[in-house]
Design a protein around this ligand. Structure first.
Ligand code: ADP
Length: 524
């Protein structure tokens, strides 16, 4: 059995408040057994050919294709997201990821021949791409299928065993049980450990070879602190406060639609959703009028709406009551500090069914424009010049995603370069995340390490450097005994090679002399 069962944390359907099931933290012994199984299966994974690992990963694709409706039903029941959000960002994208990595892994994970510098002439260098061992993946609640399966399959392809601790808010326990029962995926290669924060902390203490964490800044710091005690490597995919900059030369209709989606998809519960919107003054009124008008026409979830089957729901419910409190606090704080409610707002305090909300005249001293809100809100601000837009966009502790909307591609690239972030879109938003060929990650408080892309596979690898020399009767010129003659010859070599015009003959003569000494001179 790959999923542990338990009984204390209540997993709730956010749409109607019913308790779906309960989970508890596994015992110490159960966690130790999990690590033992991981370490034992890892030896077998490492011994497998990459082709065989790819065949295993292909089972994930086959499983998703066969059971996509069931997967969607379970995701929607635990997250409350609209069916299209769940389909696009969790199901379709997982298929894309498997497809891309089946092609990319053989290229990225094969050993490499590496060049050598002049100092090491005559030797060879290589890089062995090896697994790290056991990877602990700790995931948040907003994309509970994608965020578990994608890092796990990447770490597995690289030859690691994987232990995943999904969020206790959306653990998808029935889905993992079904997956391991039906997919025929290699036993114990990926183990999903359902439990609370304490379970996550105990798993870190058991010394995995690397932790891959996606979640909040606060928890990321705490886990990094725990990792530092045992020098465990960690990648941190943390929060964001994405700016979106709209210049006055855009196609208004297209950009309004794009911004609306970038802000409200997944009910705004995305680390790279649009949270701050900067609109150039020349089109400000027209653009905002249209944005507000269209936003009012979005069809959100509401109590009693069966969004599991109703495909016409644009914006699903919020997933976690604690997040609703944060979003409400940010809206109230903005209104108290002088922001203008342009649409939406808090219709019913505490309701999981939040309506898309746009706040005008925001300033950076408001929480809605400076802290991660993670809800269906947009904080709108006006700007005059490109420089001002860049300055405002960079005025944030976060550096995850951003977008620039303009017809002027030179300006698009210029601004994209000037924003301090890990991912940026020109004339779209957030789609970097949907491209498994692109590395994804942040700077500043948004974390570090890159996930996906070639770098994302290599993050789960030990890049072992191998220097290969011949076995002969020669010793190296820089080995003992150190003598004035050897040092002079080495200096001559350096001077002849690095002088403004390379002196090949002098280089060769000194090289031959060094070889001769290398055959003769030894400490007796
Ligand atoms: P969110 O899901 O809101 O981003 P967190 O960042 O707190 O929330 O949690 C993300 C994941 O980290 C969850 O799976 C959670 O159980 C886990 N977690 C929380 N605290 C710790 C901790 N101290 N050590 C390890 N894992 C933790």
């Amino acid at each position: 059995m790959d999923v542990l069962t338990s009984t204390a944390i209540k997993v709730t359907n956010p749409i109607n408040g019913t308790i779906l099931y309960e989970i508890d933290d596994p015992s110490e012994k159960e966690l130790q057994d999990i690590f033992e199984r991981a370490r034992s299966v890892q030896r077998r994974i490492q011994a497998m050919s990459l082709d065989d690992r790819i065949k295993e990963v292909d089972k994930i694709l086959q499983y998703v294709m066969q059971y996509q409706d069931l997967i969607l039903d379970i995701i929607i029941a635990e997250t409350g997201k609209s069916r299209t959000d769940a389909f696009a960002a969790e199901v379709f994208e997982v298929c894309d990821v498997v497809d891309v990595y089946k092609k990319m892994a053989p290229k990225v994970l094969k050993d490499r021949n590496v060049a050598i510098p002049v100092f090491l002439m005559g030797k060879k260098a290589k890089q062995f791409i090896e697994p790290l061992g056991t990877i602990l993946v700790i995931t948040p609640w907003n994309f509970p299928f994608y965020q578990v399966i994608v890092p796990s399959l990447m770490a597995f392809l690289a030859g690691n065993a994987v232990i995943v601790k999904p969020s206790e808010v959306t653990p998808l326990k029935p889905l993992w049980e079904h997956f391991f029962a039906k997919s025929d995926f290699m036993k114990d290669a990926i183990q999903v450990v359902v439990g609370g924060k304490e379970t996550g902390a105990r798993l870190v203490d058991m010394r995995p070879d690397k932790v891959h964490f996606t979640g909040s800044v606060r928890t990321g710091k705490r886990i990094m602190e725990a990792c530092s005690k045992q020098l465990i490597a960690i990648d941190l995919e943390l929060g964001g406060k994405d700016p979106s900059i709209v210049f006055d030369d855009i196609n208004i209709d297209r950009t309004v639609n794009g911004v609306m989606w970038g802000a409200f998809t997944n009910a705004g519960q995305n680390c790279t959703g649009i949270e701050r919107l900067y609109v150039q003054e020349g089109i400000y009124n027209k653009f905002i009028d249209e944005l507000v008008d269209k936003t009012k026409k979005l069809r959100p979830s509401f109590p009693g709406r069966d969004i599991t089957t109703d495909m016409d729901c644009d914006v699903g419910s919020m997933t976690a009551p604690f997040q609703v409190k944060i979003v409400e606090d940010h809206i109230n704080d903005a209104l108290e500090k002088g922001a203008k409610l342009l649409c939406g707002g808090i219709k019913e305090p505490g309701s999981m069914h939040m309506v898309p909300t746009i706040l005008g005249e925001c300033t950076h001293d408001m929480k809605i424009a400076s802290e991660e809100t993670f809800g269906p809100t947009i904080a709108v601000m006006k700007f005059k010049t490109e420089e001002e837009a860049i300055r405002l966009a960079n005025d944030s502790p976060y550096g995850l995603g951003a977008s620039v909307w303009t017809k002027d591609m030179d300006r698009g690239y210029r601004v994209a370069r000037a924003i301090k972030c890990g991912n940026v879109c020109i004339n779209n938003h957030m789609l970097n995340e949907a491209d498994p060929y692109l590395p994804f990650g942040g700077v500043k408080d948004s974390g570090f390490g890159r996930f996906k892309g070639e770098e994302g596979l290599l993050t789960f690898c030990n890049l072992k450097s191998v220097l290969v020399d011949k076995m002969s009767d020669m010793i190296d010129p820089h080995w003992y005994p150190y003598t004035a003659t050897k040092t002079t010859l080495l200096k001559n070599l350096m001077d002849s090679w690095f002088s403004k015009s390379r002196k090949y003959i002098k280089f060769a003569v000194n090289g031959l002399k060094i070889d001769t000494i290398g055959k003769k001179e030894r400490l007796k």
